[in-house]
Ligand binder design. Structure first.
Ligand code: LLP
Length: 425
């Protein structure tokens, strides 16, 4: 985390801005993102491709704040969306429609129609039934829908089972063996235009091997399609590029890109095709922290656990509770003399699963600020209002200025869509 540094008195700052100042000005819990870190991650990836034709389609689900989308759109990114809502966000943020790809197993009719209406670049179709639906809607709208089939290459991403998507037992994609028949059907359909092949095998990969294995299987499918005279215009190899949360040693941008380019460019036809990637976490994860304050300490008198109760909870950051993810937690202003102890870092939500970190060795006093690192991806975007907790504020550090990019939710906004029927008044 090059943008995280300790300054005078070892105070933690994000891109030069002390996090204590953010807490003072915006309160806690608050997500804080560094614009420079996102721009850096994006340029690391594009630089690794060099002149080689490619398109980065940022996976919007990782962090869909409009400011983040606007930043990535300005940098030239395309977008990987999974809902009509994400489509509207990208358009609202100024994303180019032709650089949008639409993934997901359950696209509704209205979502497909909206995507065609907007003129998106490609629908990543995930089943035979969806292919028929897309064709039907394109016919009704008198359009031609650009499609890829998302194939399931049956490779093990070796990641957490909940975020592994490329095994034959996962709900995602079309078994690669069934793909040629569906491509044939699509190629004959006057309302469909085959543009690519797509796959995505899972998230938080920490090794390039499954990634390049999947690419190799996609190329074998390409060979079959070429024999049948079906033209492919791009190869979308998905996202999943892992980051370092604690002690992982993930590949860097150049390693990820090399892993696929080496394989693709050794293929006589594929070497002429643009490579699409759909990274989410890699672009925004390291750029963000969740800033939280210690409310109470409950040190256990005997040999049990000691709890530090902070003002952020599982509703704000679900990853530890949902996947047992281990995310680094750092003190913002370290104590000079207070001795460290082992703390369970927990939130106020009424669930035993409400924790941000287990057994952390920290010197803590009530009122201390803590930063959960690597929280830029799948943090706010997975937050909920459980326990009627408004979701945190979001702040972007932009050229030394802290800018509010989402206000903390008010309780009125939480019940804005609710009504008490007359019979209960
Ligand atoms: N493309 C598709 C089709 C996807 O389903 C995903 C993520 C991505 C791209 C982006 O993956 P990334 O580059 O961010 O790994 N909530 C989980 C991660 C779920 C990922 C779901 N799909 C977590 O917090 O770890």
């Amino acid at each position: 985390y090059a943008h995280l540094a300790r300054g005078a008195e070892h105070e933690l700052s994000l891109d030069g801005t002390p996090l204590s100042r953010i807490a003072r000005d915006f309160g806690t819990p608050t997500y804080v993102y560094a614009r420079s870190a996102i721009a850096q991650a994006y340029s690391d990836l594009t630089r690794a491709f060099g002149d080689r034709p490619h398109q980065i389609c940022y996976a919007v689900k990782a962090n869909s704040n409009l400011a983040i989308l606007a930043l990535l759109a300005r940098l030239g990114a395309g977008f990987d969306i999974v809902s009509g809502g994400e489509l509207q966000r990208v358009l609202a943020a100024g994303g180019a429609p032709h650089k949008i790809v639409f993934s997901g197993v359950g696209k509704r009719r209205d979502e497909i129609a909206a995507a065609l209406e907007a003129g998106i670049g490609c629908l990543n179709v995930e089943s035979a039934a969806e292919l028929s639906r897309v064709s039907e809607i394109a016919r009704e709208m008198d359009r031609i829908a650009p499609i890829s089939l998302r194939v399931n290459p049956d490779v093990d991403a070796k990641t957490h089972p909940y975020i592994s998507t490329g095994l034959k037992d996962n709900k995602f994609g079309i078994p690669i063996a069934h793909a040629p028949a569906l491509y044939r059907q699509a190629a004959r359909d006057p309302h469909l235009s085959v543009v690519g092949i797509d796959c995505h095998i899972g998230s938080q990969l920490t090794d390039v091997t499954p990634f390049s294995d999947a690419a190799a299987r996609v190329l074998a499918l390409l060979d079959q399609l070429v024999l049948e005279g079906i033209e492919i215009k791009h190869l979308d190899l998905g996202g999943g590029l892992g980051i370092r949360y604690t002690d992982e040693t993930p590949p860097d941008a150049a390693d990820w890109v090399r892993a696929v380019v080496d394989i693709v460019d050794a293929h006589p036809i594929a070497r002429h095709l643009p490579i699409y990637l759909e990274p989410g976490r890699f672009l925004v994860g390291p750029a963000g922290v969740l800033l939280t304050r210690v409310e109470y300490l409950k040190p256990h008198p005997d040999d049990g656990k000691s709890f530090a109760i902070v003002d952020a909870a599982m509703n704000d950051l679900m990853r530890p509770a949902l996947y047992s993810s281990v995310m680094a937690i750092e003190p913002v202003t370290p104590h000079a003399t207070l001795p460290p102890a082992t703390w369970e870092i927990v939130g106020p939500v009424c669930e035993t699963g409400d924790f941000l970190g287990h057994a952390r060795n920290l010197a803590l006093a009530p009122g201390d600020l803590l930063a959960v690192l690597g929280a830029g991806a799948y943090g706010f975007s997975m937050a909920s209002n459980y326990n009627t907790r408004g979701r945190p504020a979001e702040v972007l550090i932009d050229a030394g200025e802290a800018r509010l990019v989402r206000a903390r939710e008010t309780v009125e906004s939480l019940w804005a869509n609710e009504m008490i029927p007359d019979t209960l008044r």
